[in-house]
Design a protein around this ligand. Sequence first.
Ligand code: PMP
Length: 386
Amino acid sequence: MTADSAQPGDRVFDWLDRRAEDRRKAGLTRRLTPRRADADHLDLAGNDYLGLARDKRVAGAAAAAALRWGSGSTGSRLVTGSTELHAELEFELAKFCGAQAALVFSSGFAANLGAVTALAGDGAIVSDAYIHASLIDGCRLSRANVAVAGHADPVAIKHALATRRTEQALVVTDSVFSVDGDLAPLPALAQACRAHDAGLLIDDAHGFGVLGEGGRGAVADAGLIGDPDVVTTVTLSKALGAQGGAVLGPRRVIRHLVESARSFIFDTGLAPASAAAALAALHVLADEPERPQRVREVATTLSQRLKDAGLTVSTPDAAVISVRAPSPEAAVEWAGQCRAAGVWVGCFRPPSVPDKVSRLRITVRADLTDGEVDRAVSVITQHAPR
Ligand code: PMP
């Protein structure tokens, strides 16, 4: 028996009930809330930043691909799971962002696991403290020596690189951090990596489709997308409104991932419908560059108006806004009241927040109207804890 609180005579899994009770007392119980297809909530919790998940061109491409290719990809990418759609998506993603090559995974989570484990080897990893769970798990799964160096702190990263014990080193960061929506100091990180011969892996899940010229992402915006020592990961499930993930980078990196990234090799390939949806969304993005511009404007306006109403609000660098709550219970109650009033906001509590501060997490979309922004401000402020 491994559980700390196990008592003699307990059934093996009784400790799960004690853990659940501890979480309940701390206000940290998580609940699944199924969405209804006809729900008329104002959605400020999802990641459909460009409003493309229900776009007929995107959803229609998914439906057509399912009918043509089948509902699943039928196998791993190296066996039967690579269709012409996957190859076209990889070509178009790399071309759009300006990378040498791309490799599509079944999720952004799998892309991060695969890229970190395959590129860190048994060298050193230096990571930002606030990286996404999928990067953290990649670091843990790798056999590398991992150092966590503050948050958005290139000096700490530099110090960790300078004092590492192995020659091979990889710096790992998000571009836009998922909790507060703040942007990493990418140029300074790239400079630190250059000075210390380290690779730089950037998760651009929240930057791709939102930041940079025409939504080419935060890495492209920082002028790093074609850098031979930089690897970018993206998800297809946020700005593109589809599902899946990808790694963008130098051709030899992509070749290495095909040979050795376990979450690529041993995973069933992305469903053709999702590949087709991502491809269609990428075409919409290329044709309608005003969408990323609009998301950024909406985020700035909404955060400023919530700030003006006296709330403690992050200044958004992309589409994510966080509003501090005094406690996990207050955050849950606040989010619940907003929901009851027809506005769906995210509620982040420990352990999903690195600084243990509970907050509402609000995400905006390009297709939000000014009237919807007014409604969001009114509902969120009206139900704020006093
Ligand atoms: N990285 C970041 C920063 C994310 O926020 C997420 C999704 N929450 C992922 C990676 C994982 O992407 P996916 O949902 O496509 O698995």
